[in-house]
Ligand binder design. Structure first.
Ligand SMILES: NC(=O)c1ccc[n+]([C@@H]2O[C@H](COP(=O)([O-])OP(=O)(O)OC[C@H]3O[C@@H](n4cnc5c(N)ncnc54)[C@H](OP(=O)(O)O)[C@@H]3O)[C@@H](O)[C@H]2O)c1
Length: 291
């Protein structure tokens, strides 16, 4: 895969990226900023977020780059993020739900939810809901959900136990459940956005050498270290996100899953409409919104 990111112009467009302090998020931000977009970078750590803003400004000296702090494991913090964004911006053209994590021991968020499901999925479900009217009013607009081929490892019945309270905690499988949720959410969203000028697509960035897995102490971290020499660079890993955010080739394409900038069929569970609807209802209930 080429390391060169294709940069379609995004002058006058406003893009919000979660998990911008990480490898793929940061490289996506740099490319979109070079394309002329105004970037709003969301991070949870003040110093890492400031360093990311500086790195993006260095890559695109003329770009407007801002940041907003939010811990996506907290639904209150997600609400504050949406509010802070709306206080500064009257339009949103591209929302990239990119933040994610994998852990190997069950952790519970301040809201009492399993942390992987809450951070990878619930936060983005709520954020998207809270910004949806802005996206619709700004159309044509795009929503990207950064998923993973790891979705294929999900338990088919994961919604019977979305908080992994009754199953043995297997971090890789729980991550798979959350990444399957990203694709099912994309399907549900695309269906509800029909008739608007907003599209929603999911993607797998590739197997990318980033900080991913640093929250994990076990087998996953060792596997990542072993695989590192064969992995894509963060810049290569950002390629599909940049493509879906900016390429005219995918204007109007919605509800799809992409790998290497190509439409690909995800697992049968990820194409299950009844499961997508069930996830939507569970997500509404857990986030307390009618989306
Ligand atoms: N790397 C891969 O091979 C790979 C493969 C498939 C899919 N993905 C997906 O790609 C996306 C980006 O991952 P990456 O590889 O760039 O990993 P990364 O370097 O670890 O970046 C993950 C980002 O998510 C943020 N994040 C984690 N927990 C958060 C929280 N509670 N609140 C706010 N932000 C939080 C991290 O912030 P901090 O800097 O504060 O930790 C970081 O900015 C993820 O959704 C991941 O699942 C990655």
């Amino acid at each position: 895969m080429s390391t060169k990111l294709r940069e379609d112009r995004l002058d006058g467009k406003v893009c919000l990226i979660t998990g911008a302090t990480g490898g793929i998020g940061q490289e996506t931000a740099k490319a979109l900023a070079r394309g002329g977009a105004t970037l709003v970078l969301s991070g949870r750590d003040e110093a890492r977020t400031a360093a990311t803003v500086a790195a993006v400004r260095e890559a695109a000296p003329d770009a407007r780059v801002e940041s907003l702090l939010a811990d996506l494991s907290s639904l209150a913090s997600v609400r504050e993020l949406a509010q802070a964004f709306r206080a500064r911006h009257s339009r949103l053209d591209v929302l990239i739900n990119n933040a994610g994590l994998i852990i190997d021991r069950r952790r519970v968020t301040v809201d009492g939810y399993e942390a992987t499901f809450a951070t990878n999925h619930l936060s983005h479900f709520l954020l998207t809901h809270l910004l949806r009217d802005l996206l619709v009013a700004s159309g044509p607009a795009r929503i990207l959900n950064v998923s993973s081929q790891g979705h294929r490892l999900a338990r088919a019945d994961f919604l019977d136990d979305p908080q992994t309270e009754h199953h043995r905690y297997d971090g890789i499988r729980v991550y798979g459940n959350a990444k399957l949720s990203n694709i099912l959410f994309t399907k549900g969203l695309a269906k509800r956005l029909q008739g608007t000028r907003v599209t929603a697509n999911a993607l797998h960035p590739g197997v990318v050498r980033t900080g991913f897995g640093h929250n994990s102490e076990g087998l996953f971290r060792h596997l990542v270290k072993l695989a590192a020499p064969f992995m894509l660079s963060s810049e290569q890993g950002a390629r599909t996100s940049v493509y879906l955010a900016s390429s005219p080739e995918v204007a109007g394409v919605s509800g799809e899953y992409f790998i290497k900038c190509r439409k690909v069929k995800p697992s049968s569970a990820a194409r299950d409409e009844a499961l997508a609807e069930r996830l939507w209802q569970v997500s509404e209930q857990l986030t307390g919104v009618k989306a």
